[in-house]
Design a protein. Structure first.
Length: 376
């Protein structure tokens, strides 16, 4: 894929839409993508071009999309890669982002352009997600795997700058990174989870940049707001859930992540939950979509994709959704622990609705799914 100005614009929009409520702003992502062109030429390659033992590193952002104190310089993305390479003792052969998102899709771009390391047409997950462990390609529940995570963020002029290197389990180091993001003002850039290409080919969301580009181009080809939304839904085989006014919007930032919900006007009661990304939709108390299904809002009059950080009471939106089978999901979406965390954050059942995704569930997990299903 040729990474030029035109494709970067489409990738920013496609990533924003695949962010499914999270993943950062397309303005930030587009700016990062365009600035990468001033450092060099970011290269995108296919997974099939890598040798099995080539090392792939994830580069992403971690934190709260709604934070007003978030600060990450483009140079941070290069510095974290340099730090990780020193720790690893080996130069990575390719870089991937943790997820698709308006900003998060562009995590590897600056480091790729400066160092001449290709970006892989892949991500840990082909949609955005709230937890670093969800973007670890199944490494979180892989016994014995010890990761390296290098994080950097914060405005040095406000004494918020933090640089951190941690080694250990994915869960423990991810918690430290999120804590660093909070102390840095809401966001850090992270280089993490070095793995051989053979692992990436089996556990990552392969081809998600290509899907993002298709979605972005589809949106841009629409002449009217309805047509733009309709063309996106054609690509994702999705549907409109409701068009109307946002009511009762509630947002809290807990442990560095945005938690909330809202309802929408209409003849039936419609409630939508989010945890950075959209997590669930219920109509008259009946669950109709659950993460990692695709759920997204578009501003009704202009058709602009809206993240959860931009939702407000009284605005008119179009709420859309698509089944998760139409997304490219990484192995992190098959771990029960992530869905259990969503349940704890939002206080709603999730595991009963994703039991087809859970792999290698132990007896405790099966019991948990059964109990939650009984509660519904």
């Amino acid at each position: 894929m040729k990474l030029n100005k035109e494709n970067i614009e489409a990738l920013a929009l496609g990533g924003l839409i695949l962010g499914a409520g999270g993943g950062g702003s397309s303005e930030m992502g587009k700016a990062t993508g365009l600035e990468s062109l001033t450092y060099g030429e970011p290269i995108m390659m296919k997974a099939s071009e890598l040798n099995e033992d080539d090392i792939v590193v994830t580069i992403s952002g971690v934190g709260s999309p709604a934070s007003t104190q978030a600060y990450v310089e483009n140079e941070y993305y290069n510095r974290i890669l340099e730090e990780l390479t020193k720790e690893l003792g080996k130069r990575p052969a390719a870089l991937i982002p943790s997820e698709m998102g308006g900003a998060s899709s562009f995590g590897p771009f600056i480091a790729s352009a400066i160092n001449g390391i290709p970006i892989l047409d892949a991500a840990c997950n082909g949609r955005a997600h709230p937890l670093g462990t969800m973007g670890s390609m199944g490494l979180h529940e892989k016994r014995g795997y010890q990761t390296i995570q290098v994080a950097m963020g914060g405005d040095p002029t406000k004494d918020r700058f933090i640089r951190m290197t941690a080694s250990g389990s994915v869960g423990n180091t991810a918690s430290l990174v999120l804590s660093a993001a909070i102390r840095a003002g809401g966001l850090v850039a992270v280089a993490r989870n070095p793995v051989p290409a053979s692992y990436v080919k089996e556990h990552a969301a392969i081809g998600c940049y290509s899907q993002s580009l298709s979605i972005g181009k589809a949106f841009l080809s629409g002449r009217t707001p309805d047509e733009k939304i309709g063309k996106v839904l054609e690509v994702l085989n999705g549907r409109i859930i409701r068009a109307g006014k946002i009511l009762g919007y509630t947002l809290e930032t807990r442990s560095g992540l945005d938690v909330g919900w809202f309802t929408m006007e209409g003849e039936t009661e419609l409630k939508v939950w989010f945890w950075n990304e959209y997590m669930a939709i219920e109509e008259d108390g009946k669950r109709i979509h659950t993460f990692p299904d695709f759920m997204m809002t578009f501003e009704k009059e202009e058709g602009t994709p809206l993240t959860t950080a931009n939702i407000r009471d009284g605005i008119e939106v179009v709420l859309v959704a698509a089944d998760r089978k139409n997304l490219l999901l990484g192995a992190g979406m098959h771990e029960a622990s992530g869905y259990r965390a969503v349940e704890e954050a939002l206080g709603i059942p999730v595991l009963p609705y994703v039991r087809d995704l859970i792999q290698d569930a132990n007896e405790d997990t099966r019991r948990k799914i059964h109990v939650n299903e009984a509660d519904t």
